[in-house]
Design a protein around this ligand. Structure first.
Ligand code: FES
Length: 315
């Protein structure tokens, strides 16, 4: 069960153009629940928005969580609430950190690609890899130095030697060249805008990288073709309800209308907040956060559907 946390905003500061860093601590001074590199924190924001943001501090730290949030021009309210309605001293509620972008810590070498604010999970990952004494290299691409979060950490100090920074208005990232320099068994991690992720994964696949060595985390989903959607029956095992999911409605909207309290955030199959166990039936998975193992057991009701006429779920 995921515990609800009450956190205090200890600090909020601008760290690059359009990007603020939040430092969150426990309200009672106790240690925070531990997290692993690549984890995200689901926080409740003013205005009723619930959003998941990657933790960017060292996973060894128990006294704070750090999040860096970019003000998204197309914000649906989340990043704007962080920038404009949250202040140092405020209290926010959050769920315990969750990880859908975990490091393969036994890999002999890791190569990490970050585009823009996609640097956030990478920063906790490279801190972890550094602590393990592992071999790693980071390729971080932003529009300009002024929009580059964590510029100091990545250009001076212990992380600088393995970090390469690229700016659209200067030296640009050559993905194929960066990949060509890696070695057998290297695992690849990429986070950033969809086009950036697709370019990195596409280049790796063209070079023969196997799927199990490729790891990505998206901020938003690919558009999904919905014209072939079929209606189906949804059985809620614990609630004892059977609901009709019409072809033009999501499972999530049907659940919410029926008064089922299910946490959600991105509504695009990206964040993993709504993951629910499947007891019977074959889900039509449309998420971008579950791996094949998880897809055998659960689905994301915000975007996924059923391949058959009936789906029984653990709600
Ligand atoms: Fe984000 Fe469903 S709400 S995956």
């Amino acid at each position: 069960m995921n515990t609800q946390l009450k956190l205090r905003v200890a600090e909020k500061k601008a760290i690059a153009e359009g990007i603020v860093l939040l430092e969150l601590i426990s309200c009672d001074g106790a240690d925070l629940p531990a997290f692993t590199a690549g984890s995200h924190l689901q926080i409740e924001l003013p205005g009723g928005h619930s959003r998941a943001y990657s933790l960017c501090n060292d996973p060894a730290e128990r006294h704070r969580y750090q999040l860096a949030v970019n003000l998204d021009a197309a914000s649906r309210g989340g990043s704007r609430a962080v920038h404009e309605a949250i202040h140092a001293g405020d209290t926010v509620e959050a769920r315990e950190p969750n990880n859908l972008f975990a490091l393969e810590e036994s890999a002999p070498h890791s190569v990490l690609f970050a585009g823009g604010i996609g640097i956030t999970p990478m920063l906790s990952m490279v801190r972890r890899l550094q602590a393990l004494g592992s071999r790693w290299e980071l390729h971080y691409s932003t529009r300009s130095a002024s929009r580059c979060a964590f510029l100091d950490e990545l250009t001076t100090g212990e992380l600088a030697k393995q970090s390469r920074l690229y700016f659209d208005d200067g030296a640009r990232l050559d993905i194929r060249k960066a990949l060509a320099a890696t070695q057998e068994g290297t695992h690849l991690y990429v986070c950033g805008p969809a086009g950036f992720i697709d370019a990195v994964l596409g280049a790796a696949k063209n070079l023969g990288w196997s799927e199990e060595r490729l790891h990505s985390e998206r901020f938003s989903a690919h558009p999904v073709e919905a014209s072939g959607n079929q209606a189906f029956k949804l059985v809620l095992e614990r609630s004892g309800l059977t609901l009709d999911v019409p072809a033009d409605r999501s499972v999530m909207s049907v659940l919410l209308e029926a008064g089922i309290d299910l946490p959600f955030s991105c509504e695009q199959g990206v964040c993993g907040t709504c993951i629910t166990d499947v007891l019977e039936g074959r889900p039509d998975h449309r998420d971008q956060c579950l791996d094949e193992g998880m897809r055998q057991q659960c689905f994301t009701p915000c975007c996924s559907r059923s391949l058959d006429g009936l789906l029984r779920i653990d709600l």
